[in-house]
Design a protein around this ligand. Sequence first.
Ligand code: F6R
Length: 589
Amino acid sequence: MCGIIGYVGDSQAGPFLVKALKNLEYRGYDSAGIATLTGGKLCVGKDVGKLDHVRDKHHLDELPGQIGIGHVRWATHGDVTPANAHPHFDCKREIAVVHNGIIENYQELRSWLEANHLFVSQTDTEVIPHLIEEHMDAGCSLEEAVLKATRQLKGSYAILAVSVKEPDKIVASRRDSPLVVGVNAGKNYIASDALAFLEQTNRVAFVEDGETVVLTKDVVFLDSEGQRVQREFKEVDWKSDEATLQGYEFFMMKEIMEEPHAIRCATMQDKRLLLEMAIGILRSRQVVITACGTSRYAALVGRYLFSKLGGKFCDVIMASEFQYFSDSIDKNTLVIAVSQSGETADVIQGVKKARENGATIYSLVNTVGSSLSRMSDRVLYLNCGPEIGVAATKTFVSQLAIFYLLAFTMANKLDEGLQKLHDICPKIEKGFSKNSKKIRGLAQQTRERNDFYYIARGINFAIAAEGALKMKEISYVHAEGMPAGELKHGTLALVDEGTPVVVICPRDYTYDETIANAHETKARGAFVIGVSEEINPIFDDWIEIPQVEEIFQPMVTVVPLQLLAYYSAVVRDRDPDKPRNLAKSVTVK
Ligand code: F6R
């Protein structure tokens, strides 16, 4: 939620900042803005709309100066207006600040500041430059002022501040929102995500909670008391070209096509670590998996696998509700947190609470060095490279792959699990060529329909829910996924002539009952789309899936549903990579 970037170096900041913001656009695209420092003044361009539009309108590439900060916004406080676009300023327009997070006590601070300060936006952020101004006017340096100002803030923040009075520096600080520093021969970078500057450097250090960083031609880390701390820079092995379209129209399609490769990469795990974690799961008195959105649906499949292969029951609690169960989380609890970004605020909050209660934390994360990975006792990385499309696709199948590995290890059959996962990959690849055209046609055919239902039983129930989530988030179509048996307990009332009902019914022991539920919808006029290995007369249309063992079905049933959502978005002229109102990294609660 919101992306921030800062640069201090010896070349023009504007073009780099624009490029970096492009790589951060997945975090927000309500507005964009840049401030650079040169000749004792701030040069600013900011406005509503996607980055390309703001760049062209305000000539962001041409802003002079070799130091600057930038922002892409996902609105929380205040409408999407030019005034609410970042950066925000103090009264004299000498200090500029960009911010990711939410300042919970901003109203209180604003009421206090308003006696002497002029506010021009509705944002929570704007209190920050005014607080810094107060402290600088009282004689503090920029870093002292940032340290003092951040002590007055409640909530979450990653901020970057510049001042014309100290024109060679950016001061950054964070609490509960990510920040990472990159260095390369006197050019220094700081951003919400290393993806912003991977083309320039892969030598990074993650900023810890409560730390402040002073970037000049040097980088200095300060703890919350303002004392210097030594930090080591490490190389991350992500490649910058992973974040480019490489000929695809949208990242979402590119990332779906990468799924077989992603599964193979996810299987590259340390076997000893898998064994240690599998034993940890089996021995724990209670195991709770927590996650949000798509990651939670992966967790629901994982729960099924743990039970089926490992004989271990565990619960899945959505992260935003997890804190309300903290009374029963203790040192005998193992929490498995699943988050591709590793920054989702609800997950982080739940895990923090569980840690305080003494629980052990395992996590499944894609982003190396993310907050979640750093607060976990054991981490399994998805290894699938950056996912740029807001809708999770390749990270979902990678999460599934890791759940398979853990579950097969619990059953002492890791090698068998690895082999089976590898065998699935060509089947998924074949499905692309076989189904893409057909699914595009189906999206066209259902283009006018605004309610979709997805039903399945057993291990595929989570896939019905995931298919519906994909459809609604990128196509803006109402969609619900549910266990097929639940339909008649209410939702069936909504099915009428032509309502698309996607019936996920592989030929397993759930088949007959699911088909019976499909008949119930058909009797009310539904347009039944079957997702199965074989055609059934009840289907109005059929998406063929390959024959796989029951426990592996989610891997092959989810892919056509991702494609259906993608094509439905495209035929409705939606941008599947940047759905309205959403962002990839949900760092607010
Ligand atoms: C849907 C989607 C979201 C995320 C959710 C959790 O396509 O991407 O539902 O799955 O916001 O995100 P992570 O996995 O980063 O915690």
